[in-house]
Write a new protein. Structure first.
Length: 301
């Protein structure tokens, strides 16, 4: 079993580290939020006081952070990973960040003599708890192969997406597509209701017809239709609106750098912005239904 340094023990980092501990690894965990460290410690993580302490003696270091600026700070500042880890340590950033930051981290890590893999995940808190996350990995064949040996207890699927920043590219595009599909589901759910269709009957029809999609089957925004939907629990987040808003924004920013116009992504980003502006960024992303019908069950009026 190995020693793992982990920086970022939020809603995703805590269950991910718990699965590594269950697999027999020693996990030295750090977060700026003390309560997050305390919660992780309840599941066997060894709490430490700094990023430097987390990376000391580690075979591999994982970071799971909110944004690109946080990842850059953790890796590049004097008290960060590159300045304190041993160059033999493999570095894996599982944050979802902008494409340019991911490429910059690859470049700075290589300049400092480190091996680096970008490895964002899909599957949300539920997947993190169950150890069924999908990891999208960017880096060399050798580095990705080594990273997979540590990732396995946290993953249901692992894909080598390509070279540097390919994992981030795959994650950004995937979540953009998810958000667009979800917008179609919430609009369809409300229109079906207004036409007088029973939600479960319509769901059963759509899931075997051309309107089928992953968010339809998994996140149907009307309570009592599918067990995995946040609509059953007052839209308590599995994938918070704030996170999807960030991810679609990353896709649009990347599209700008590539000279692309993405009208559907722009539309759903604006819909997500409406929820943020209304103070509902902490609700599940399927709360997009509120923009179509404010009376949607489980949502605040």
């Amino acid at each position: 079993m190995s020693t793992i340094g982990w920086i970022g023990l939020g809603n995703m980092g805590r269950p991910m580290t718990a699965n590594l501990v269950k697999a027999g690894h020693t996990v030295n965990g750090f977060d700026l939020v003390e309560i997050a460290v305390q919660e992780a410690a309840k599941h066997g993580v060894n709490p430490v006081k700094s990023a430097a302490e987390a990376v000391a003696g580690a075979d591999i270091v994982f970071t799971m952070l909110p944004k690109g600026e946080h990842a850059r700070a953790v890796y590049l500042e004097p008290d960060g990973v590159l300045a304190n880890a041993d160059t033999k340590t493999l570095l894996v950033d599982s944050s979802t960040i902008d494409f340019d930051s991911a490429r910059a981290l690859h470049a700075e890590a290589a300049k400092a003599g480190f091996r680096f893999v970008d490895g964002p995940v899909s599957g949300g808190v539920t997947g993190a708890e169950a150890g069924t996350l999908t990891f999208m990995l960017g880096g060399t064949d050798e580095d990705v192969a080594e990273a997979k040996t540590f990732i396995e207890p946290m993953a249901g699927n692992m894909f080598h997406a390509g070279g540097e920043a390919a994992g981030q590219a795959a994650k950004i595009v995937n979540n953009m597509m998810l958000s667009i599909s979800l917008q179609g589901v919430v609009e369809g759910a409300v229109l079906a209701d207004r036409f007088g269709l029973d939600p479960k009957v319509f769901y059963d029809i759509a899931t075997v017809s051309s309107g089928d999609s992953w968010p339809l089957r998994t996140w149907y925004p009307v309570p009592g239709v599918t067990e995995t939907a946040a609509s059953n629990n007052s839209f308590k987040p599995g994938f918070a609106t704030a996170l999807m808003h960030k991810d679609v924004g990353l896709a649009l920013a990347g599209a700008d750098t590539q000279g692309l116009d993405l009208p559907a992504a722009q539309l759903v980003h604006a819909q997500l912005q409406k929820l943020v502006d209304a103070g509902l960024e902490g609700l599940d992303t399927s709360a997009l239904i509120k923009n179509i019908d404010a009376r949607a069950e489980g949502l605040p009026e």
